[in-house]
Write a protein that binds this ligand. Structure first.
Ligand SMILES: Cc1cc2nc3c(=O)[nH]c(=O)nc-3n(C[C@H](O)[C@H](O)[C@H](O)COP(=O)(O)OP(=O)(O)OC[C@H]3O[C@@H](n4cnc5c(N)ncnc54)[C@H](O)[C@@H]3O)c2cc1C
Ligand code: SF4
Ligand code: SF4
Length: 455
């Protein structure tokens, strides 16, 4: 046991809904907390959705106040566009090295006026819109971003390319010097001299809330690689009033209204041979939600949902499924063997195991409920933190029943999808739960021995 003072300051890694909840609870409990988020804004996946089941709330409306509170809370230090690089020490005395990536924008000067991103000529695929729209090289990921200050994406910025070319580090045609953002910024906030830096912090406890990514559609070759075959997040963006089509549902290939839409559950989930063995827990529910929202957007359209069995175990979830069925969404029990392009249509071959018949649908659009997986890079992070993970790469809790939020490292806790597939209410509950564990640790840390007995 060391004699260093126990540091009552926490670190939360990942600014999705689980991390947001954990940070706010720790800060409201009276302790300082650092939130490290690797993308340019907090919000995670929830902020991408059109509406959320089962209550069909607008996620932007219910999340934005929490995000703004994080930016303004006196106990919270928010570090976006940042990643944890290294960890030393133990509970009560962790030393963390955080890579703060250069935004190339002086956030103290920037007013968030938007001139730079409105005028930047370089357009690239938008991560926030899951590739369904473009963004500029200098950008904020979405209008409610926190912080509402842009970053310059150095991989795509014309001036950075120009500099690389002039330094002999880039071949091909000479890129234009551009610098339009710099010329037009009214407060001189563009800062080409800003470089990545390592920030060292000391904390007593850590919460890992790094969330999930979807399994790539390419992992299921039976389903065509086609602009009209979308994953769930892409379809959320199409349904969203703030999305690239302002919530008007169109077929990406030609902009026509899709009249027959097929939703396929368990794409990669519960399929150890081709995907992952576990149930992704949210696909049954979000596909039902999306089928319902599609019916609201295109009342004369037909939605079909292929399912193996419907897992609707949350509060109000079964009632929600019943409502979706009553609203005319057609549920077909069975698997889809193939999806392929045939002229103007996507042909979907499946089986209805209840009637024992083969089903063939000429669809305009297909939405795949792809398996959820630990977010990209989680394994590397967990190795740096010394945290054990399961076969799928989710954080292994120290006891599945009695210590579901503890990791094998005392003082490091887990919340949300980083621990395994779950919905928003469970992610929020875990965020609060992990914060509770941190606050207990701090409360009992008068003597380090006593503190470590509770972790
Ligand atoms: C298409 C779809 C629709 C859904 N709809 C609903 C719904 O209607 N209702 C519902 O209850 N649930 C829904 N869900 C489930 C919901 O998305 C999750 O429960 C929730 O997003 C989990 O929150 P999280 O904070 O754990 O993870 P995430 O939302 O994934 O957030 C994790 C955050 O951590 C950051 N991060 C990742 N790695 C690092 C790192 N190394 N360092 C720093 N930061 C990092 C990420 O950038 C991200 O901001 C849906 C899921 C999908 C796929
Ligand atoms: S133009 Fe300048 S002040 Fe306006 S958002 Fe861009 S960097 Fe910020
Ligand atoms: S230099 Fe040009 S390409 Fe680069 S961010 Fe500024 S406006 Fe965009």
């Amino acid at each position: 046991m060391n004699n260093k003072p126990f540091i009552k300051r926490a670190l939360v890694i990942g600014g999705g809904i689980a991390g947001i909840q954990a940070v706010l609870d720790i800060a409201d409990g009276g302790y300082e907390v650092i939130l490290v988020e690797r993308s340019p804004s907090i919000g995670g996946h929830m902020i991408q959705y059109a509406e959320v089941f089962p209550t069909l709330d607008c996620p932007q409306c219910i999340m934005t106040p929490k995000m703004v509170e994080i930016a303004q809370h006196p106990n919270i230090k928010l570090m976006t566009y940042a990643e944890v690089q290294k960890l030393n020490g133990s509970a009560g005395n962790f030393e963390v090295e955080i890579l703060q990536k250069a935004r190339k924008v002086d956030v103290k000067k920037c007013t968030g006026c938007g001139t730079c991103w409105q005028k930047c000529p370089e357009k690239v695929s938008s991560e926030f819109n899951a590739g369904m729209a473009k963004r500029t090289a200098v950008y904020i990921p979405f209008p409610q971003a926190v912080p509402a200050k842009p970053v310059i994406d150095t991989e795509h910025c014309r001036y950075i390319h120009y500099q690389q070319y002039m330094a002999g580090k880039r071949e091909g045609k000479k890129p234009p010097e551009c610098r339009i953002c710099e010329k037009l910024c009214p407060v001189g906030a563009i800062d080409w001299e800003q470089h990545d830096e390592i920030v060292k912090e000391k904390v007593g406890a850590i919460v890992v809330a790094t969330g999930f990514d979807l399994m790539p559609v390419s992992r299921i070759p039976e389903y065509a690689d086609d602009p009209d075959v979308l994953n769930g997040i892409q379809f959320e963006r199409l349904l969203s009033p703030g999305g690239p089509t302002a919530g008007v549902v169109i077929r990406p290939s030609d902009g026509k209204t899709p009249k027959e839409v097929v939703f396929i559950s368990c794409c990669g989930s519960r399929d150890p041979e081709h995907g992952v063995p576990y149930c992704s827990r949210v696909c049954c529910m979000y596909l039902a939600k999306q089928a319902l929202l599609y019916k609201h957007a295109v009342p004369d359209g037909q939605a079909y949902v292929f399912y193996i069995d419907i897992r609707s175990t949350g509060k109000g979830y079964e009632e929600f499924i019943q409502r979706v069925v009553e609203d005319g969404v057609l549920y077909l029990r069975g698997k889809v063997s193939r999806v392929f392009r045939e002229g103007d249509k996507l042909r979907v071959y499946g089986a209805d195991t209840l009637s024992g018949k083969r089903v063939e649908i000429a669809a305009d659009l297909v939405v795949l409920g792809m398996a959820v997986m630990p977010s990209d890079g989680t394994k590397e992070l967990l190795i740096k933190l010394g945290i054990a993970f399961d076969e799928a790469g989710f954080v292994a809790e120290s006891h599945a029943k009695f210590r579901p939020l503890e990791t094998n490292v005392p003082g490091i806790f887990v919340a949300g999808m980083a621990q395994g597939a779950k919905d928003i209410p469970d992610s929020v509950a875990q965020g609060s739960g992990a914060a509770g564990r941190v606050l207990t640790l701090f409360a009992q840390s008068a003597s380090a021995d006593k503190a470590l007995a509770v972790v």
